[in-house]
Design a protein around this ligand. Sequence first.
Ligand SMILES: Nc1nc2c(ncn2[C@@H]2O[C@H](COP(=O)(O)OP(=O)(O)OP(=O)(O)O)[C@@H](O)[C@H]2O)c(=O)[nH]1
Ligand SMILES: [Zn+2]
Length: 214
Amino acid sequence: MVRRVRSARRAPPPTNESAVNESGFDEDRVRRGVREILVGIGEDPDRDGLRDTPARVARAYGELFAGLRQEPAEVLETTFELDHNELVLVTDIEVASMCEHHLLPFTGVAHVGYIPGDQGRVTGLSKLARLVEVYARRPQIQERLTTQVADALVDSLKPGGVIVVVDCEHLCMSMRGVHKPGARTVTSAVRGMLRRPATRAEAMSLIQHGAGGR
Ligand SMILES: Nc1nc2c(ncn2[C@@H]2O[C@H](COP(=O)(O)OP(=O)(O)OP(=O)(O)O)[C@@H](O)[C@H]2O)c(=O)[nH]1
Ligand SMILES: [Zn+2]
């Protein structure tokens, strides 16, 4: 389980949260930066195959980091009243994010579940996947992605409990550095009544084996 620890005296560590409303996307600047990288690695950025690469990468980065300009709370604005005080769980939501240490992808799945609160408000199932998407499309570390999704659900839905499990492979660990392809990183964030051992165990069992066993 990952906990965010904040000291009262120290300023909170910078997170990608603060970037949301302050930064626009400067495609031209990214393009110039990518051209510099190409020169830096000893390539000729003007050769035929690379001429359009800076512009392509800039457009791709616009997409990969679009979450910096999206408000997670807006994703969860649509809620419904429903008398359902039991677990709602969406498993195997594909995740593709960029590790902020190396700007290399990490990919895998997220499992997101919550128990509606006393007010009985639920959100659309697709919104759970959209929420993952907003936080994944930022420079990330997996622990923060996991806690951000859980905390956004707590803030917006005031649920009885939340569980988020993310299971990914990091390219920075497989195609470079320690070279361990296949190593998986699993992170979880659990809030409210889903911290109770029996409830948590039930949710983890559904995540691992599905309702009918897989
Ligand atoms: N906790 C955490 N670490 C991550 C994540 N993504 C990458 N890392 C790690 O970030 C660390 C950065 O370590 P550094 O020593 O500064 O960088 P490095 O020399 O490139 O490290 P190596 O990957 O070990 O070669 C590495 O251990 C990565 O595995 C993540 O999502 N969460
Ligand atoms: Zn990395």
